[in-house]
Ligand binder design. Structure first.
Ligand SMILES: N[C@H](CCC[C@H](N)C(=O)O)C(=O)O
Length: 321
């Protein structure tokens, strides 16, 4: 955290967790006030100057009658997103470790719908990731009609990919060998391709046989990660649509294996995998302006709007009242 931003604010308790090396800072925003600006999230995500994580996961009180918690997800670039599969498994373990619930079936509200987390033995968690969305406008992906395989022009090359939403957008390419796939070169170009107006997570899928696959994912807002749960789900959907995979697939990612099941269109994708809790920490957040400065700022605002720039500052991320 930059020297000038060193915290004078409140202490924030957090837990560092991962799902197959896809790592998270997890915050209970029920038992403690939570307020982080996107630029602070970026600083905390830095693996040299901050805590270091792929995503920040926030536990909030439920916003709907039939759910247990609200689940918010922020990429390391500070962007808030709709879904994180590996994070959902860690979320389930976190809320039980923190005694926020003793349920083994936990319903959580995400930005794109409700998902169900089932806690198993030895840190294993199964997630009902919901029904994949294949209609281009809902992904979102620019196409005149829905196809199983799209042709996309990128930087003078033509690639074929499938487009799937698991609540978050994914493009999935078929490759002969993930070890030699152009993840670093094609990943960022497709992540930011204009046909993905909300950007996208880009999966590179190698089919071993009808029940085994290998996958690397260049994630939207975080770059290549050791594993991507929603990416594994999207990749199995894409492989099934292409007639290459059966309904139950073991997906090998850099950080380990997930089991993905999908019975076909209209049915939910089920993901099973491990969770790990690494350490607990405390962080002193950047202080707000001192009461005196804050008062003068208010006066400034009240007086002449001289602090108008303050109104333009991007709103901090705060837990819902
Ligand atoms: N980068 C993703 C969010 C995290 C997804 C991934 N970590 C997972 O396990 O699903 C996005 O912007 O949609």
């Amino acid at each position: 955290m930059s020297q000038s931003r060193r915290g004078q604010g409140p202490l924030l308790n957090f837990t560092k967790m991962h799902g197959l090396g896809n790592d998270f800072m997890v915050v209970d925003a029920i038992s403690q006030p939570f307020r982080l600006r996107p630029d602070t999230i970026r600083e905390l995500a830095d693996r040299h100057f901050g805590i270091g994580f792929d995503q920040l996961l926030v536990v909030e009180p439920p916003g709907l009658p039939d759910v247990d918690f609200r689940y918010r997800i922020f990429n390391s670039d500070g962007s808030e997103v709709e879904q994180c599969g590996n994070g959902a498994r860690c979320f389930a373990r976190f809320v039980r470790d923190q005694r926020l619930t003793n349920k083994k079936v936990i319903r959580v509200q995400t930005a794109k719908g409700v998902i169900e987390l089932r806690v198993g033995r030895a840190g294993m968690v199964t997630v009902d990731m919901g029904v994949p969305e294949l209609n281009p406008p809902a992904i979102p992906f620019a196409a005149d009609r829905r196809k199983d395989i799209y042709t996309v022009e990128v930087g003078g090359d033509t690639v074929e990919l499938s487009a799937v939403s698991m609540g978050n957008p994914h493009g999935v390419l078929l490759v002969d060998n993930v070890d030699t796939a152009p993840v670093g070169e094609l990943g960022p170009r497709l992540e930011n391709h204009p046909r993905f107006p909300a950007r996208a997570n880009i999966g590179f899928l190698q089919v071993i046989d009808r029940t085994h696959a290998r996958l690397r994912v260049f994630e939207r807002g975080s770059g290549e990660t050791m594993a991507c749960g929603s990416g594994a789900c999207a990749a199995v959907v894409a492989g099934c649509l292409r007639g290459l995979l059966d309904s139950r697939v073991e997906v090998e990612l850099k950080g380990g294996h997930l089991v993905i099941e999908w019975q076909g269109e209209g049915s939910p994708v089920m993901m099973e995998g491990p969770t790990a809790s690494v350490f607990e920490g405390q962080l002193r957040l950047p202080g707000d302006p001192s009461p005196r400065r804050r008062k003068s700022a208010r006066q400034g605002d009240a007086k002449s709007g001289t602090n108008r720039k303050n109104h333009r500052q991007r709103q901090p991320v705060t837990s819902r009242p």
